[in-house]
Design a protein around this ligand. Structure first.
Ligand code: BGC
Length: 720
């Protein structure tokens, strides 16, 4: 190992990202002065002020035409700019100019562990938002993954709020660099879709502050998103959109948030209680816009004296501040760009960086095409496009390269690629959309003709690439999955394929954990490939063929079974219909497995490379950890160094350890670099309920360092 001082002299010192990267902050609200806002506000009538505070179309809220301020135009988010719908209904508008780039989903972006890439992703999706004439992107979705079954996990980032904040914050910064603004959602504790419109979350204050509020707090304070979206659910009995503790006291009070709170669509339940609690804009799902709580009833409330005029002024002031900060009245406002080559290239880069190599026991990868005459690609997901599907935000993608197309593009000329679908996804319809048929056995579920074709295709090949997983109908807004089972009989199918061809490489296309016990046992090589955007197939073949070296790390635990997850072990999901109690407290995700010494199938933070990396000794200097990392292979690659903090024993009921810093490092073959992992104050803090504040306990903090939450060979101690 090179000596530390020579490294310090010669090598670039790489710093970890931190929650408090305030020096990098884009001061979004400083683009407009209070005086400018007041000057406009002073000119408005009560009716005009109120028109700013509610939907005037499904994705519009009012402007002030008299003063040349157009309506505020919204769009979903988070995986691309949504297709246009009619102004007054949810029907597609039937336009041919609303194609957009389909971006990798939230968990995919989180799997890159690369904040710079997240910022570039944000800037690209922000540019597309602007190019479509919108002001606000309803993204990113940053709720904590509490259960693997939540239907929206693919939109969310991680079970680890620190990782979420570290990626979603730069995403916001990128979006807002394009003269549009981000709306972080869903505030807060919208961690399940089951009964989401009414369920009341009971959570202790420490857990609330440290886990569920944390990514919002960090992003609000550091990156100033223009909007925060109030969630559907209740918290301790009170709806999120009329919750004074949440909106007035914490968000706007303690965190001094100057932006707006927009309700989720039809998440408002009152006029007076909501505006007094701190809701600013009511959006809805029905077209009777003048009857919204924040429309005619609000005007009447002010006129009757039931609602103070100052409440309307304050909400209107905030809306104007955001509108002016996005340059709505600025002739030089950025114009954006959509469906560009640059966005496609970025999407491919993100997608490559997101792919996680879970294992490669047979050393199949990177694939050497000259070794194979015929490769069988099997599975519905090999040919399925995932930009659309399920309930909720979809993207009308200009194009999407499927896994099979990606392989054809890369090796179609040199190797014979055969394809068999293997199974047909079956669904039945419920009130809340399409739900797959879960409990299937090979006899009843697998179509005999498709099965036979798959068996023959596998038998005749040198290698089987099984493209397994869920799809966007299975993982969907408005419904949680019923269990972890890999749907549509895929376990049974793979079992049969393995019997006729032992060489199995499985690629999982999914945005949330699934039960991979059988897949793991039957596959020599296992790759997680996500809902990975327009360039899904090309990015996948880049990685499989070694054009890109895998560097993704799991942003969630892949459990062996649901009872390895706290919420399920304690039967605390999805609640009794009225209430869900977060009984596991802080022990979400890997924290529960650590506390109970459970072995997951694959741990949080895990992901392999074609390279090998060695970590040198770690030292603490000036409040940061420094260590050397060496790529000891002959391939360039990237490793993410992760540091987990253990709190002093004098504190009770702490997780065994939690993520405190990380850094993704690119290393050429044989190269060494010195990595510096910053430890900002916030990572030493815990919430003290007695003092109702975050504080730091005096004592020794052990920091364990390595390449996943279960591979932490190094440690240092920091005294506070
Ligand atoms: C979702 C939001 C989304 C909104 C508008 C709601 O159902 O929860 O995330 O932004 O619809 O489409």
């Amino acid at each position: 190992m090179k000596h530390l001082t020579s490294l310090l002299a010669g090598a670039l010192l790489l710093s970890s990202n931190s929650l408090a990267a305030s020096d990098e902050t884009e001061p979004f609200f400083s683009r407009v002065s209070d005086a400018e806002v007041e000057a406009v506000l002073d000119q408005l009538t009560l009716d005009e002020k109120v028109s700013l505070l509610h939907g005037s179309g499904m994705f519009y809220s009012g402007g002030v035409p008299r003063l040349g301020i157009s309506e505020m135009a919204y769009t979903d988010g988070p995986i691309g700019v949504r297709e246009e719908i009619e102004r007054d209904s949810w029907n597609p508008a039937g336009r041919d100019d609303d194609y957009a780039t389909y971006f990798p989903s939230g968990t995919a972006l989180a799997a890159t562990w690369d904040p710079d890439l997240a910022e570039r992703y944000g800037a690209a999706i922000g540019a597309e938002t602007r190019a479509r004439g919108k002001d606000m992107l309803l993204a990113p979705s940053i709720n904590v993954i509490r259960t693997p079954l939540c239907g929206r996990n693919y939109e969310y980032f991680s079970e680890e709020p620190f990782l979420t904040a570290s990626l979603a914050g730069p995403y916001v910064k990128g979006v807002q660099s394009q003269d549009v603004f981000a709306c972080v959602k869903h505030f807060v504790a919208n961690n399940q879709e089951t009964n989401r419109g009414s369920i009341s979350v009971e959570v202790d204050e420490t857990t609330f502050r440290e886990l569920y509020l944390r990514p919002f707090e960090s992003i609000v304070k550091t990156y100033q998103p223009g909007a925060v979206m109030g969630a559907y659910n209740r918290i301790r009995g009170t709806y999120a959109c009329e919750n004074p503790y949440l909106l007035d006291e914490i968000l706007k009070g303690e965190w001094a948030y100057p932006g707006i709170v927009v309700s989720d669509w039809a998440a408002t339940h009152s006029t007076k209680a909501s505006i007094e609690a701190g809701l600013d804009v009511e959006m809805g799902t029905e077209a009777d816009f003048e009857n919204y709580y924040f429309a005619q009833p609000l005007i009447e409330g002010v006129k009757s004296g039931a609602v103070a005029r100052s409440e309307v002024d304050e909400a209107a002031r905030r809306v104007l501040r955001v509108m002016l900060a996005t340059g709505k009245t600025d002739p030089d406002r950025a114009q954006g760009a959509i469906n560009t080559k640059e966005h496609s290239a970025l999407v491919r880069e993100v997608a490559r960086n997101a792919i996680v190599l879970l294992k490669d026991h047979a050393k199949l990868l990177p694939l050497d095409p000259s070794k194979y005459q015929r490769i069988a690609v099997i599975g519905d997901n090999a040919t399925r496009q995932q930009a659309m599907g399920g309930f909720g935000a979809s993207v009308k993608a200009r194009y999407e390269v499927t896994p099979l197309q990606g392989l054809q593009n890369a090796i179609g000329d040199s190797v014979e690629l055969t394809y068999a679908r293997g199974y047909r996804p079956n669904y039945f319809k419920t009130g809340e959309g399409w739900v797959p048929i879960w409990e299937q056995t090979i006899d009843q579920a697998l179509d005999p003709a498709l099965l036979e074709e798959a068996i023959e295709t596998a038998r005749a090949a040198d290698l089987v690439i099984f493209v397994a997983g869920t799809n966007r109908d299975v993982e969907s807004e408005a419904a949680d999955r019923k269990n972890l089972t890999l749907p549509f009989g895929q376990d049974a199918l793979l079992t049969v394929l393995k019997a006729v061809n032992p060489n199995i490489l499985t690629v999982v296309v999914a945005g949330a954990p699934v039960d991979l016990n059988i897949v793991d046992a039957k596959s020599d090589t296992l790759v997680w490939a996500w809902y990975n955007g327009s360039e899904t197939g090309n990015a996948l073949s880049d990685v499989l063929l070694g054009k890109a070296n895998p560097s993704g790390k799991l942003p969630f635990t892949l459990p062996k079974s649901l009872d390895q997850i706290g919420a399920h072990a304690l039967d605390a999901f999805p609640g009794d219909g009225e209430t869900v109690r977060y009984k596991e407290g802080l022990l979400v995700g890997y924290r529960w497995l650590d506390a109970h010494q459970l072995e997951p199938l694959y741990p949080f933070g895990h992901g392999l490379s074609y390279s090998q990396f060695e970590l040198g000794d770690a030292h603490v200097s000036d409040g940061s950890i420094q260590l050397e990392i060496t790529n000891s292979s002959d391939l360039s690659g990237a490793e993410t160094v992760q540091a987990y903090i253990e709190f002093p024993d004098t504190l009770d009921n702490r997780p065994v350890r939690q993520l405190a810093a990380f850094r993704k490092v690119d290393l050429d073959a044989g190269q060494s670099k010195l990595v510096s992992l910053d430890l900002p104050e916030s990572v030493f803090q815990h919430y003290d309920e007695q003092q109702a504040a975050f504080r730091i306990e005096s004592g020794d903090y052990v920091i364990r360092i390595g390449s996943s939450s279960r591979d932490l060979p190094l440690s240092v101690t920091v005294r506070r």
